[in-house]
Design a protein around this ligand. Structure first.
Ligand SMILES: Cc1cc2nc3c(=O)[nH]c(=O)nc-3n(C[C@H](O)[C@H](O)[C@H](O)COP(=O)(O)OP(=O)(O)OC[C@H]3O[C@@H](n4cnc5c(N)ncnc54)[C@H](O)[C@@H]3O)c2cc1C
Length: 313
């Protein structure tokens, strides 16, 4: 490793990617670790037999100037495109595209689960399953969902004050391919059991065919969290048909459970950072249940690290 200050970014969702990009732009080495086969986190895409579903986040919207500028840049470069009106943007050709864009050219280790962090003197090492040790790093930034940050910190003998206040609602997601023609791009009943129905095939840059993603409401998902996938499909399919007013007769149906889907209670502060340890954490749980919140939190975490470590001359 070179003389440049180095930061281990644990988690390659929007928060981790935003942090890594900002650190790299300032001249630091930002090494990303993620347990997923591909980066993106809850900006997720499921592919099966030529089918493609955004089964996590459906779209992005900007409320503040920083993410608005980022969205505008992505749109100019074809990384995102408008969908369903109301300022909504989707990744092109899938929801992971903005995260891939932020991480382009940066060192990323995918499909590695971080099991422990340890500090020796003034440097950090990162342990990943089954048996690898990475480092040394000058600082560590963790961007998992808050309960997973807490688990890693507890298992490693560290703590970050305040993090336990953050909480999440779960979400069952149903993916359907059908021969039936579905007119609507986006339907949001928000009454049990259906929170939202999104026409995947109405999104720009996707493969043809009729595909839908259905998200259950938070309360329904919580009540049915431990039920088998078949039972979830059997319950959500007729409810979706009811809202759309058509028989879907799926040619493919699958369910995915998100245990930590949408932030219910956020910290109301952009990130956590302990300069004595050079250990920080961020993610949507700092600011709210949105991709923009993850982006803003990751950016703030990078700023805290830069203020402490100092950018190279
Ligand atoms: C069903 C659903 C629908 C949603 N809809 C929308 C929407 O329409 N619009 C919107 O703005 N937001 C939506 N969201 C929320 C949005 O997806 C999140 O706010 C945002 O993507 C969070 O980004 P993040 O980087 O904070 O966390 P994540 O995306 O969760 O990234 C964390 C990363 O950490 C990795 N990780 C965790 N533990 C480990 C470990 N031990 N080792 C290595 N890596 C690890 C994970 O693999 C993951 O990639 C939705 C979320 C869900 C689940």
């Amino acid at each position: 490793m070179s003389d440049r200050q180095s930061v281990a970014i644990l988690g390659g969702g929007m928060a981790g990617a935003a942090a890594a990009r900002k650190l790299a732009e300032a001249g630091l080495t930002a090494q990303v670790f993620d347990k997923g086969r591909a980066v993106g986190g809850r900006m997720a895409t499921r592919r099966h037999d030529g089918l493609q579903f955004d089964h996590g986040a459906q779209f992005m919207r900007a409320h503040g100037p920083a993410f608005a500028a980022q969205l505008a840049d992505w749109e100019r470069r074809g990384v995102v495109a408008p969908w369903a009106g109301g300022g909504r943007r989707v990744g092109m050709p899938d929801m992971k595209a903005p995260v891939r864009d932020l991480l382009a050219g940066l060192p990323v280790a995918s499909a590695v689960t971080v099991t422990r962090i340890r500090r020796t003197g003034a440097v950090w090492q990162v342990e990943t399953a089954p048996d690898a040790v990475h480092g040394p790093f000058d600082a560590v930034a963790i961007t998992f969902p808050a309960p997973q940050v807490i688990a890693l910190l507890d298992g490693s003998g560290f703590a970050l004050s305040g993090i336990a206040r953050a909480s999440y609602a779960p979400c069952w997601s149903l993916m359907i391919a059908t021969d039936a023609a579905v007119a609507e791009a986006l339907v949001e009943p928000r009454t049990d059991p259906i929170g939202l129905i999104a026409g995947d095939s109405s999104k720009p840059g996707r493969p043809g065919g009729n595909r839908l993603t259905v998200h259950a409401t938070e309360e329904w998902s919580r009540r049915h969290l431990e039920e088998p996938h078949d039972a979830i499909i059997a319950a959500l399919l007729p409810a979706a048909e009811h809202h759309l007013g058509i028989a879907l007769k799926p040619t493919y149906a699958a369910a995915h459970r998100w245990r930590y889907a949408q932030v219910e209670c956020s910290l109301g502060m952009p990130c956590l950072y302990d300069p004595a340890l050079r250990l920080g954490a961020g993610g949507d749980w700092c600011l709210g249940a949105r991709i923009e919140a993850a982006y803003d939190s990751g950016s703030a975490l990078a700023a805290a690290l830069l203020a402490d470590l100092g950018a190279p001359a």
